[in-house]
Design a binder for this molecule. Structure first.
Ligand code: TYD
Length: 201
């Protein structure tokens, strides 16, 4: 049976990972690979519910938030990721379970437990690229400005915790990319990493 590879793109909002998913997908296709690029939260029912919630600004209990992200991922893996891997494709996903570890961990849940449960249930990525930027840069890029100071402060504190959870990760499949550089320099680093770790490109 042909076995595909799973590449996850991770990092703070505004770290540039979506641009990098597109650039790597293009490079891999040009090299003749069959690529499926996808993202979480998905466009399926659970993902749409998560996005609607985010837009409304309503805060739900962390446990409920966790359940929704996991539900969304379960459907995503079953309907999209698993079949694509089975058919031998390279799957690029913009966010995967390390986002849950970092973000729902930052909402007060235990990141170690989330990681353990995720690895027990979902296929491990062959490579998880973590795009590192400072939380201040993330805030500037996603526009934390124009909102009340206390909200901006809360958002900053939250992102600091997310960043700390990402920093604490130590997995054999994890590679850190310095994402403070210009887009093409980051892309070159991604290509180098994919070449070295997976022998692709
Ligand atoms: P994001 O990648 O920013 O999607 P988009 O730019 O299309 O809206 O993800 C949306 C938010 O969801 C982001 O702030 C991170 C958060 N998130 C979690 O909190 N947990 C998760 O498991 C995932 C996948 C995302």
């Amino acid at each position: 049976m042909k076995q595909g590879r799973l590449l996850a793109f991770e990092g703070l909002d505004g770290c540039g990972k979506s641009t990098q998913v597109a650039a790597l997908a293009r490079a891999l296709r040009n090299a003749g690979h069959e690529v499926l690029d996808t993202r979480e939260p998905t466009d399926g029912p659970a993902g749409r519910r998560i996005r609607a919630l985010a837009r409304s600004g309503e805060i739900v209990a962390p446990e409920l938030e966790l359940r929704w992200f996991v539900e969304d991922r379960r459907a995503h893996v079953a309907a999209v990721i698993h079949p694509a891997l089975e058919s031998g494709r390279l799957v690029l996903t913009d966010r995967y379970y390390l986002s849950t570890v970092a973000y729902q961990g930052a909402r007060g849940l235990d990141p170690v437990q989330i990681l353990r449960d995720s690895e027990a249930e979902f296929p491990l990525p062959d490579l998880a690229l973590l795009f590192e930027i400072e939380p201040e840069v993330a805030l500037e890029r996603v526009g934390g400005r124009g909102q009340p100071l206390d909200a901006a402060f809360e958002q900053r504190e939250f992102l600091e915790r997310v960043a700390a959870n990402y920093r604490a990760l130590d997995r054999p499949y994890l590679a850190r990319i310095d994402a403070r550089r210009p887009e093409d320099a980051v892309h070159a680093a991604v290509v180098g990493c994919v070449r070295e770790r997976l022998g692709l490109l």
